[in-house]
Design a protein around this ligand. Structure first.
Ligand code: KIV
Length: 275
């Protein structure tokens, strides 16, 4: 049965952990779906992982639609959340609703995610009013990299922790159905989780969140540009892939691939007429 925002609400009520991973393409989404994941995030991390940018700033609504639609074709049972990229919601509430609508109509989203707290609450309210579920994102919000001046753990001082808690309450009040907490000290994430009625999904925020999310290429060892402290390697798919590529190169060079069983035959009499 298709997982929905109601599945997420019920999991929080029942104290059941939620699982999310990113995906950016049909085949990966299908594998995650078949494995039984609760939610797939078509993250704007695709800027780093798929498109090779240094950050997520250059990712466009068109990119998100292109990859969201591919994921939606692959994952039939999973809640699909599509990220709203940088400057698709910050400038105005109007932009936010129009772009969220496009991500749902053209990009296969069941919900959208946007970064920020109090300053984007009008956007969260308006998108939710348009019947598009919103996941909020607080803590380290990668679209603010130029304002933060680097990728740092957030909410460590008393003042910053209080503000994060207030922002979390504000996004819930504005109508968000869930909240991603990224790079937040574990005790603070646990406190926010206990105070909220909506589920928190942590990434680098400890085990006290209602669920967890990772970038799939990180947890499978497929992305080697950098590896944040919070990533655990669940499989070394990158190593397996690289070995497969090497074996292919060796066999083609040696003439052992393609073999008889990979080859199409032809009637000799037809061939002889060509000479
Ligand atoms: O874009 C992304 O992959 C994300 C996760 C890190 C939560 O926002």
């Amino acid at each position: 049965m298709k997982k929905t925002v109601s599945t997420f609400r019920k999991a929080k009520e029942d104290g059941e952990k939620l699982t999310m991973l990113t995906a950016y393409d049909y085949s990966t989404a299908k594998l995650e779906d078949e494995a039984g994941i609760d939610g797939i995030l078509v993250g704007d991390s695709l800027g780093n992982v798929v498109l090779g940018y240094e950050d997520t700033i250059q990712v466009t609504v068109e990119d998100m639609i292109h990859h969201g639609a591919a994921v939606a074709r692959g994952a039939k049972n999973t809640l699909i959340v599509v990220d709203m990229p940088f400057m698709s919601y910050q400038a105005s509430v109007y932009d936010a609703v129009v772009n969220a609508g496009r991500l749902m109509k053209e990009g296969g989203a069941n919900a959208v995610k946007l970064e920020g707290g109090t300053r984007v609450c009008p956007q969260i309210r308006a998108i939710t009013d348009a019947e598009i579920p919103v996941m909020a994102h607080l803590g380290l919000t990668p679209q603010s990299i130029n304002a933060f001046g680097g990728y740092k753990v957030q909410g460590k001082s008393e003042e910053a922790a209080k503000q994060l808690l207030e922002e979390a309450m504000a996004v819930q009040e504005a109508g968000a159905f869930g909240l991603t907490l990224e790079c937040v000290p574990a005790p603070l994430a646990a406190l926010i989780t206990a105070k909220l009625d909506i589920p928190t999904i942590g990434i680098g925020a400890g085990a006290g969140c209602d669920g967890q999310i990772l970038v799939y290429a990180d947890m499978l060892g497929m992305f080697s540009d950098y590896c944040p402290k919070f990533v655990k390697s669940f499989a070394d798919a990158g190593k397996v892939m690289k070995q497969g590529f090497k074996d292919y190169i060796d066999e083609v060079k040696a003439g052992t691939f393609p073999a008889e069983e990979h080859t199409f035959a032809m009637d000799e009499s037809v061939l002889s007429k060509l000479y």
